[in-house]
Design a binder for this molecule. Structure first.
Ligand SMILES: Nc1ncnc2c1ncn2[C@@H]1O[C@H](COP(=O)(O)OP(=O)(O)OP(=O)(O)O)[C@@H](O)[C@H]1O
Ligand SMILES: [Mg+2]
Length: 263
Protein backbone atom coordinates (compact mmCIF):
# COMPACT_ATOMS: atom_id res chain seq x y z
CA UNK A 1 0.00 0.00 0.00
CA UNK A 2 1.23 3.50 -0.66
CA UNK A 3 -0.19 6.96 -0.57
CA UNK A 4 -0.15 9.23 -3.58
CA UNK A 5 -0.89 12.91 -3.81
CA UNK A 6 -2.31 12.73 -7.27
CA UNK A 7 -6.04 12.58 -6.73
CA UNK A 8 -8.03 13.15 -3.73
CA UNK A 9 -8.89 13.42 -0.16
CA UNK A 10 -9.20 10.55 2.20
CA UNK A 11 -9.80 7.32 0.88
CA UNK A 12 -12.02 4.84 2.50
CA UNK A 13 -14.19 4.26 5.46
CA UNK A 14 -16.90 1.96 7.07
CA UNK A 15 -20.55 1.76 8.48
CA UNK A 16 -22.90 0.78 11.39
CA UNK A 17 -26.45 1.28 12.80
CA UNK A 18 -27.73 1.24 16.38
CA UNK A 19 -26.57 -2.19 17.47
CA UNK A 20 -28.14 -2.14 20.91
CA UNK A 21 -31.69 -2.22 19.58
CA UNK A 22 -31.19 -5.29 17.41
CA UNK A 23 -31.97 -8.88 18.21
CA UNK A 24 -29.65 -11.79 18.96
CA UNK A 25 -26.02 -11.73 17.89
CA UNK A 26 -25.02 -13.48 14.69
CA UNK A 27 -21.97 -15.69 14.63
CA UNK A 28 -19.79 -15.50 11.54
CA UNK A 29 -17.85 -18.42 10.11
CA UNK A 30 -14.14 -17.49 9.90
CA UNK A 31 -13.51 -19.94 7.06
CA UNK A 32 -16.37 -18.54 4.97
CA UNK A 33 -15.12 -15.02 5.64
CA UNK A 34 -11.64 -15.97 4.44
CA UNK A 35 -13.05 -17.62 1.31
CA UNK A 36 -14.98 -14.42 0.61
CA UNK A 37 -11.90 -12.25 1.25
CA UNK A 38 -13.44 -10.67 4.33
CA UNK A 39 -10.33 -10.03 6.42
CA UNK A 40 -11.20 -6.80 8.21
CA UNK A 41 -12.28 -8.50 11.44
CA UNK A 42 -8.81 -9.96 11.89
CA UNK A 43 -6.55 -8.24 14.37
CA UNK A 44 -3.30 -9.13 12.62
CA UNK A 45 -1.35 -6.59 10.61
CA UNK A 46 -0.87 -8.90 7.65
CA UNK A 47 -0.53 -7.54 4.13
CA UNK A 48 -4.19 -8.05 3.33
CA UNK A 49 -5.53 -6.62 6.60
CA UNK A 50 -3.19 -3.63 6.85
CA UNK A 51 -4.77 -1.52 4.07
CA UNK A 52 -8.10 -1.60 5.86
CA UNK A 53 -6.52 -0.58 9.15
CA UNK A 54 -5.00 2.41 7.38
CA UNK A 55 -8.28 3.27 5.69
CA UNK A 56 -9.98 3.02 9.05
CA UNK A 57 -7.50 5.48 10.57
CA UNK A 58 -8.06 7.92 7.76
CA UNK A 59 -11.79 7.68 8.10
CA UNK A 60 -11.69 8.15 11.86
CA UNK A 61 -9.55 11.22 11.32
CA UNK A 62 -12.16 12.56 8.93
CA UNK A 63 -14.96 11.77 11.38
CA UNK A 64 -13.15 13.59 14.17
CA UNK A 65 -12.46 16.60 11.97
CA UNK A 66 -15.95 16.95 10.47
CA UNK A 67 -18.42 15.15 12.72
CA UNK A 68 -19.70 13.30 9.64
CA UNK A 69 -20.58 9.67 10.22
CA UNK A 70 -22.57 8.38 7.25
CA UNK A 71 -20.56 7.38 4.19
CA UNK A 72 -21.33 5.58 0.94
CA UNK A 73 -18.88 3.44 -1.00
CA UNK A 74 -19.40 4.00 -4.72
CA UNK A 75 -17.79 3.21 -8.06
CA UNK A 76 -18.38 3.98 -11.70
CA UNK A 77 -18.50 0.40 -12.97
CA UNK A 78 -19.72 -2.90 -11.61
CA UNK A 79 -17.13 -5.15 -10.07
CA UNK A 80 -14.65 -2.44 -9.04
CA UNK A 81 -14.65 -3.71 -5.45
CA UNK A 82 -17.23 -1.61 -3.61
CA UNK A 83 -18.62 -4.47 -1.56
CA UNK A 84 -15.13 -5.81 -0.83
CA UNK A 85 -14.01 -2.41 0.46
CA UNK A 86 -17.26 -1.68 2.32
CA UNK A 87 -17.33 -4.99 4.20
CA UNK A 88 -13.66 -4.96 5.12
CA UNK A 89 -13.61 -1.34 6.16
CA UNK A 90 -16.74 -1.81 8.26
CA UNK A 91 -15.24 -4.91 9.84
CA UNK A 92 -11.99 -3.09 10.65
CA UNK A 93 -13.90 -0.14 12.11
CA UNK A 94 -16.13 -2.38 14.17
CA UNK A 95 -13.18 -3.74 16.09
CA UNK A 96 -12.79 -0.34 17.76
CA UNK A 97 -15.92 1.73 17.11
CA UNK A 98 -19.67 1.11 16.84
CA UNK A 99 -20.26 0.55 13.16
CA UNK A 100 -23.27 0.01 10.93
CA UNK A 101 -22.94 -1.61 7.53
CA UNK A 102 -25.89 -0.96 5.23
CA UNK A 103 -26.50 -2.54 1.84
CA UNK A 104 -28.27 -0.31 -0.65
CA UNK A 105 -27.53 -2.32 -3.78
CA UNK A 106 -31.14 -3.43 -3.90
CA UNK A 107 -30.91 -4.85 -7.43
CA UNK A 108 -28.02 -7.24 -6.85
CA UNK A 109 -27.48 -7.70 -3.12
CA UNK A 110 -24.42 -9.69 -2.03
CA UNK A 111 -23.70 -8.76 1.56
CA UNK A 112 -25.73 -11.53 3.18
CA UNK A 113 -23.90 -14.12 1.15
CA UNK A 114 -20.47 -12.56 1.74
CA UNK A 115 -20.99 -12.69 5.51
CA UNK A 116 -23.09 -15.87 5.62
CA UNK A 117 -26.12 -14.16 7.17
CA UNK A 118 -29.61 -15.62 7.41
CA UNK A 119 -31.59 -15.11 4.20
CA UNK A 120 -34.86 -15.10 6.14
CA UNK A 121 -34.65 -12.22 8.58
CA UNK A 122 -36.09 -8.86 7.50
CA UNK A 123 -33.69 -6.58 5.68
CA UNK A 124 -33.16 -2.98 4.78
CA UNK A 125 -35.49 -3.52 1.82
CA UNK A 126 -38.28 -4.32 4.28
CA UNK A 127 -37.48 -1.23 6.29
CA UNK A 128 -37.50 1.02 3.25
CA UNK A 129 -40.85 -0.52 2.29
CA UNK A 130 -42.03 0.19 5.85
CA UNK A 131 -42.81 -3.42 6.63
CA UNK A 132 -40.09 -3.68 9.26
CA UNK A 133 -38.43 -1.22 11.59
CA UNK A 134 -34.75 -0.38 11.70
CA UNK A 135 -34.48 -2.29 14.96
CA UNK A 136 -36.04 -5.45 13.51
CA UNK A 137 -33.74 -5.86 10.56
CA UNK A 138 -30.36 -5.07 12.08
CA UNK A 139 -28.08 -8.06 12.54
CA UNK A 140 -25.57 -7.57 15.31
CA UNK A 141 -22.35 -9.47 14.72
CA UNK A 142 -21.10 -11.46 17.68
CA UNK A 143 -17.83 -10.30 19.21
CA UNK A 144 -17.78 -7.02 17.33
CA UNK A 145 -19.38 -3.59 17.42
CA UNK A 146 -20.87 -4.20 13.98
CA UNK A 147 -24.53 -4.21 13.00
CA UNK A 148 -25.37 -5.26 9.44
CA UNK A 149 -28.43 -4.25 7.47
CA UNK A 150 -28.37 -6.41 4.39
CA UNK A 151 -30.98 -6.66 1.64
CA UNK A 152 -33.27 -9.68 2.08
CA UNK A 153 -34.80 -9.84 -1.40
CA UNK A 154 -33.49 -8.21 -4.57
CA UNK A 155 -35.65 -5.55 -6.16
CA UNK A 156 -35.93 -5.05 -9.92
CA UNK A 157 -37.17 -1.46 -9.56
CA UNK A 158 -35.84 0.04 -6.34
CA UNK A 159 -36.21 3.70 -7.33
CA UNK A 160 -39.36 4.23 -5.30
CA UNK A 161 -37.76 2.74 -2.18
CA UNK A 162 -34.59 4.77 -2.57
CA UNK A 163 -36.38 8.02 -3.25
CA UNK A 164 -38.74 7.74 -0.29
CA UNK A 165 -38.30 9.79 2.88
CA UNK A 166 -37.55 6.52 4.61
CA UNK A 167 -33.92 6.51 3.46
CA UNK A 168 -33.33 9.96 4.94
CA UNK A 169 -35.09 8.86 8.14
CA UNK A 170 -32.82 5.86 8.29
CA UNK A 171 -29.58 7.78 7.95
CA UNK A 172 -30.86 10.35 10.44
CA UNK A 173 -31.60 7.55 12.90
CA UNK A 174 -28.01 6.44 12.58
CA UNK A 175 -26.72 9.98 13.06
CA UNK A 176 -28.89 10.38 16.18
CA UNK A 177 -28.03 7.02 17.69
CA UNK A 178 -26.60 7.31 21.23
CA UNK A 179 -23.52 5.22 20.51
CA UNK A 180 -22.59 7.51 17.61
CA UNK A 181 -21.91 4.76 15.09
CA UNK A 182 -20.08 5.23 11.85
CA UNK A 183 -22.21 4.05 8.93
CA UNK A 184 -20.79 2.52 5.78
CA UNK A 185 -23.19 2.03 2.88
CA UNK A 186 -22.55 -0.36 0.00
CA UNK A 187 -24.12 0.87 -3.26
CA UNK A 188 -24.76 -0.25 -6.83
CA UNK A 189 -22.47 0.89 -9.68
CA UNK A 190 -23.01 4.32 -11.20
CA UNK A 191 -23.18 3.34 -14.84
CA UNK A 192 -26.10 0.93 -14.77
CA UNK A 193 -28.91 2.96 -13.17
CA UNK A 194 -29.18 6.23 -11.31
CA UNK A 195 -29.68 4.64 -7.89
CA UNK A 196 -26.60 6.36 -6.45
CA UNK A 197 -28.08 9.76 -7.29
CA UNK A 198 -30.95 8.87 -4.98
CA UNK A 199 -28.60 7.63 -2.27
CA UNK A 200 -26.07 10.49 -2.33
CA UNK A 201 -28.30 13.17 -0.76
CA UNK A 202 -28.82 10.98 2.31
CA UNK A 203 -25.12 10.54 3.13
CA UNK A 204 -22.41 12.85 4.47
CA UNK A 205 -19.65 11.78 2.12
CA UNK A 206 -18.69 9.38 -0.62
CA UNK A 207 -15.66 7.14 -1.01
CA UNK A 208 -15.02 6.26 -4.64
CA UNK A 209 -13.49 2.90 -5.48
CA UNK A 210 -11.57 2.94 -8.73
CA UNK A 211 -9.88 0.09 -10.52
CA UNK A 212 -6.72 0.66 -12.45
CA UNK A 213 -7.03 0.20 -16.22
CA UNK A 214 -10.81 -0.08 -15.91
CA UNK A 215 -12.14 3.20 -14.54
CA UNK A 216 -11.77 6.02 -17.05
CA UNK A 217 -10.93 9.45 -15.72
CA UNK A 218 -13.70 11.10 -17.70
CA UNK A 219 -16.36 8.74 -16.36
CA UNK A 220 -15.04 9.22 -12.83
CA UNK A 221 -15.09 13.00 -13.07
CA UNK A 222 -18.59 12.99 -14.55
CA UNK A 223 -19.85 10.69 -11.82
CA UNK A 224 -18.33 12.85 -9.07
CA UNK A 225 -19.90 15.94 -10.60
CA UNK A 226 -23.28 14.26 -10.80
CA UNK A 227 -23.17 13.43 -7.08
CA UNK A 228 -22.64 17.06 -6.07
CA UNK A 229 -23.22 18.63 -3.58
CA UNK A 230 -22.45 15.48 -1.60
CA UNK A 231 -18.66 15.51 -1.33
CA UNK A 232 -16.39 12.71 -2.45
CA UNK A 233 -14.15 12.55 0.59
CA UNK A 234 -11.69 10.01 -0.75
CA UNK A 235 -10.74 7.40 -3.27
CA UNK A 236 -9.54 3.84 -3.06
CA UNK A 237 -7.52 2.39 -5.89
CA UNK A 238 -8.42 -1.26 -5.73
CA UNK A 239 -6.58 -4.10 -7.42
CA UNK A 240 -3.69 -2.01 -8.65
CA UNK A 241 -1.77 -3.57 -11.51
CA UNK A 242 1.13 -1.13 -11.41
CA UNK A 243 2.13 -1.55 -7.81
CA UNK A 244 5.85 -1.95 -7.19
CA UNK A 245 4.97 -4.61 -4.63
CA UNK A 246 3.93 -8.18 -5.24
CA UNK A 247 0.72 -7.85 -3.28
CA UNK A 248 -0.98 -5.89 -6.04
CA UNK A 249 -4.42 -7.36 -5.37
CA UNK A 250 -4.56 -5.54 -2.07
CA UNK A 251 -3.08 -2.22 -3.00
CA UNK A 252 -5.16 0.71 -1.87
CA UNK A 253 -4.21 4.28 -2.54
CA UNK A 254 -5.61 7.02 -0.43
CA UNK A 255 -5.14 10.61 -1.27
CA UNK A 256 -6.74 13.93 -0.92
CA UNK A 257 -9.32 14.25 -3.64
CA UNK A 258 -8.73 16.86 -6.27
CA UNK A 259 -11.61 18.97 -7.44
CA UNK A 260 -13.66 17.20 -10.09
CA UNK A 261 -12.32 18.11 -13.49
CA UNK A 262 -9.01 19.42 -12.24
CA UNK A 263 -6.94 16.63 -13.68
N1 LIG B 1 -8.56 -6.21 -3.76
C1 LIG B 1 -9.12 -7.35 -4.17
N2 LIG B 1 -8.42 -8.49 -4.20
C2 LIG B 1 -8.97 -9.65 -4.62
N3 LIG B 1 -10.25 -9.78 -5.03
C3 LIG B 1 -11.00 -8.67 -5.02
C4 LIG B 1 -10.49 -7.42 -4.60
N4 LIG B 1 -11.48 -6.51 -4.73
C5 LIG B 1 -12.54 -7.16 -5.20
N5 LIG B 1 -12.26 -8.47 -5.39
C6 LIG B 1 -13.17 -9.49 -5.90
O1 LIG B 1 -13.71 -9.00 -7.13
C7 LIG B 1 -15.09 -9.33 -7.23
C8 LIG B 1 -15.89 -8.05 -7.38
O2 LIG B 1 -15.73 -7.31 -6.17
P1 LIG B 1 -17.00 -6.64 -5.47
O3 LIG B 1 -18.16 -7.55 -5.45
O4 LIG B 1 -16.53 -6.09 -4.16
O5 LIG B 1 -17.25 -5.46 -6.49
P2 LIG B 1 -18.48 -4.48 -6.55
O6 LIG B 1 -17.96 -3.16 -7.00
O7 LIG B 1 -19.20 -4.48 -5.25
O8 LIG B 1 -19.36 -5.15 -7.69
P3 LIG B 1 -20.89 -4.78 -8.06
O9 LIG B 1 -20.82 -3.46 -8.76
O10 LIG B 1 -21.31 -5.89 -8.96
O11 LIG B 1 -21.65 -4.70 -6.79
C9 LIG B 1 -15.45 -10.13 -6.00
O12 LIG B 1 -15.34 -11.51 -6.30
C10 LIG B 1 -14.38 -9.72 -5.00
O13 LIG B 1 -14.13 -10.73 -4.05
MG1 LIG C 1 -21.19 -4.87 -4.80
Amino acid sequence: MRAEAETGKIVSIAPSINGDATTADHMLDPELLRRNLVVGFESTDSEDVHPFSVLRSQLLKHVRATGSRVFAIMSVQPGNGKTHVAVNLAAALSRIHPTVLVELDLRRPSLGQALGLSPIRPGIDDTLAETATLQEFGMRIDGTKLTVHRVRTSKANPEALLSSDKLTELTNAIRNSDDQPICIIDTPPAVIHDDIMLIAPAVDGIIMVVQEARTSKRALVNTIKSLSPTPVIGTVLNRSISSPLQTAEYEYYYNTMSEPGSS
